[in-house]
Design a protein around this ligand. Structure first.
Ligand SMILES: NC(=O)c1ccc[n+]([C@@H]2O[C@H](COP(=O)([O-])OP(=O)(O)OC[C@H]3O[C@@H](n4cnc5c(N)ncnc54)[C@H](O)[C@@H]3O)[C@@H](O)[C@H]2O)c1
Length: 262
């Protein structure tokens, strides 16, 4: 077991990449994993399913990360129950529909900042006093598009670029406590969020195919690959801090068609 006797918090762990992380830490890490989501029924079902296998344990806490008090309670309940916190994975986040800046309101942007960015600042702030005691680590789920941009996604891209920047600034500050802070930037990882985009498009088959073709490796990443990277960062990458780990299958490399002109 690669992360045994450790306590991990994962936000947004009932499905998608967060679920991949919860499962990796329970099954390969042997950890106690406290994960949250907004929907209690989904979360409890996921915990019950994972706990039939072990060897670690999954514990569900209902929490909306866009509410600062919920985030505080998530951390407090975890430390109250287990007496320690070794790793915080800030995964919960959302990508709104693609549209030009004209069609986003300022309020849309503020809401997304709360959900994708302020939630991470709050979770880090509440968790750090506990992480410092055990020289723990933080993993923030950013996105490849935070570095390379994306069509009609100004608000989302802004939140993700800020997550990577926050990660680096916090890594600088927390080094004196030997707390490591890293980011993971997925490109296209096949999850329910991606399926939503496929379902919402005019041509679902073509949308899925173009999602697959965007990577040098010719497919999307999996939630298992995301979970394994996070477990590696927590358990083995002990000389790694302030790094943005791109999990993209090479999507950002090489020239591609970038304009309708010509
Ligand atoms: N899937 C991709 O290709 C991809 C690419 C880049 C970045 N990401 C990032 O990875 C993270 C996970 O994405 P995903 O594709 O697995 O998404 P998903 O929608 O499939 O799963 C999101 C999870 O977060 C939870 N969640 C959403 N809003 C929440 C809230 N307010 N409070 C608590 N929990 C909440 C959901 O319950 C769910 O468990 C996000 O931060 C996303 O921006 C994903």
């Amino acid at each position: 077991m690669r992360y045994k006797d450790k306590v991990v918090v994962v936000t947004g762990g009932s499905k998608g990449i967060g679920f991949g992380c919860v499962r990796a830490f329970v099954e390969e890490g042997g950890s106690d994993v406290v994960f949250c989501a907004r929907n209690a029924e989904d979360g409890q079902a996921v915990a019950a399913h994972l706990n039939t296998h072990g060897p670690g344990r999954a514990h569900f806490v209902q929490c909306d990360v866009s509410k600062v008090d919920d985030v505080r309670t998530l951390i407090d309940e975890t430390v109250g129950k287990f007496g320690r916190l070794d790793c915080l994975i800030n995964n919960a986040g959302w990508h709104p529909d693609h549209k030009p800046i004209d069609d986003f309101s300022v309020q849309d942007f503020r809401h997304l900042l709360d959900l994708n960015l302020v939630s991470i600042f709050a979770a880090c702030k509440f968790a750090l006093p506990h992480l410092r005691k055990v020289k723990g680590n933080i993993i923030n789920m950013s996105s490849l598009v935070g570095a390379i941009g994306q069509l009609h996604a100004t608000t989302y891209v802004a939140t993700k670029g800020a997550i990577t920047a926050l990660t680096k600034a916090l890594a600088v500050d927390e080094a004196e406590y030997e707390v490591r802070v890293n980011a993971v930037s997925p490109g296209n990882v096949y999850t329910p969020l991606w399926q939503e985009a496929i379902d919402a498009s005019d041509d679902p088959a073509a949308t899925r195919a173009s999602g697959e073709a965007a990577q040098l490796l010719g497919r999307m990443g999996t939630i298992e690959e995301a979970g394994r990277l996070c477990l590696y960062l927590a358990a083995e990458a002990t000389f790694t801090t302030g790094v943005d780990h791109v999990l993209s299958g090479g999507a950002e490399l090489g020239y591609g068609r970038k304009t309708r002109r010509g």
